[in-house]
Design a protein around this ligand. Structure first.
Ligand code: FAD
Length: 287
């Protein structure tokens, strides 16, 4: 199966992100979603990882399940916060044995429930990239924060740290955002720092504006007031979904026109808006 850098070279890629559900109802929802979305033949799918290892087994299990059931290219996320080098090495060996070829190397955020994680052996994601590079042949992706990371001391320092990390990675992926100019500005700033690594922008067809706004703001991004008002003014779920899909389709087109090497979609473990979005973008004939 081609690695993600190889897919990007042949691009554009259209990929999907899933997260490990927290209960049985969520498991059933994800299973139904995979049955609807995997026939769309995404270029690859990614599976998130609970910082500190909170979803470790679930992430491994879902990665294995999607690879074996659908024969798809799967990108596991891996965070280093609170982990020792020995723990990370054990995880890398498990993925290697399972035939995984690509990894998204992240720092991770402290748990939202206030739990304190052990200190761990890694300070920044770039150290995880270096560690994975030394031990394995994985192609390595990293996180890119188009609107800046919330903990950065200044925009310039943040851009410098991100550029240094992107330079040692094979590709980068963004959290979802809502205006193409954030990506265009970011790419200009990276190019000025000598970065040539492909950066895949993130697009979400919003169906739950309150939840999306919370997530975007926590990640240091902005949710446009006008889009929020249109979504909140929708009279039926179908009307709201159509607004979210229209915005996402327009944004995806703008990003591809601006030179993005692909689009990473965030279905939030649901399928309807993403099938509508694939349809709106002409990525399938019938869905
Ligand atoms: C596409 C994507 C997927 C994600 N998936 C997950 C997931 O599955 N699980 C999860 O828990 N989280 C996930 N996250 C969230 C991510 O873990 C957080 O955004 C985290 O706060 C930062 O991770 P990072 O890898 O960018 O960290 P880093 O690159 O380490 O950056 C973290 C902070 O440190 C600063 N910094 C970096 N290097 C230096 C340096 N040398 N000196 C001083 N400061 C420095 C940066 O400017 C930034 O403020 C994801 C984010 C993205 C964009």
């Amino acid at each position: 199966m081609p690695t993600i850098p190889a897919l990007l070279q042949a691009g554009p890629t259209y990929s999907l992100e899933f997260y490990p559900p927290r209960n049985e109802k969520g498991d059933r929802q994800l299973a139904r979603t995979l049955d609807h979305l995997m026939p769309l033949e995404p270029s690859f799918v990614s599976v998130t990882y609970g910082a500190g290892g909170t979803s470790r087994e679930r992430t491994e299990e879902i990665v294995h399940d999607i690879r074996s059931r659908f024969g798809a290219q799967v990108l596991p996320h891996l965070t280093c916060i609170g982990h020792t080098k020995a723990e990370i090495e054990a995880l890398l060996r498990t993925y290697e044995a399972d035939g995984v070829t690509d990894l998204l190397a992240l720092h991770g955020d402290p748990p939202a429930d206030g739990r304190v994680l052990p200190e761990g052996d890694f300070r920044y994601a770039v150290e995880l990239v270096e560690f994975v590079r030394e031990l394995t042949e994985f192609s390595i992706g990293v996180a890119a924060h188009t609107e800046g990371h919330p903990l950065a001391t200044s925009r310039e320092a943040d851009r410098d740290h991100q550029a240094a990390k992107l330079k040692v990675a094979d590709f980068a992926m963004c959290q979802f955002f809502f205006e193409a100019r954030h990506y265009i500005d970011f790419m200009e700033d990276m190019a000025a720092r000598g970065v040539t690594t492909p950066v895949i922008p993130g697009v979400i067809p919003v169906t739950n504006p309150a939840q999306t706004r919370r997530m975007v703001e926590m990640a240091g991004g902005t949710f446009p007031t006008e889009l929020g008002a249109r979504l909140e003014g929708a009279e039926t779920p179908a009307e709201g979904r159509a607004i979210g899909v229209e915005h996402a389709a327009n944004l995806a087109r703008e990003l591809l026109d601006a030179g993005a090497p692909g689009i990473h979609f965030y279905p939030m473990n649901r399928w309807m808006a993403t099938t509508d979005l694939y349809d709106a973008l002409g990525l399938v004939e019938t869905v």
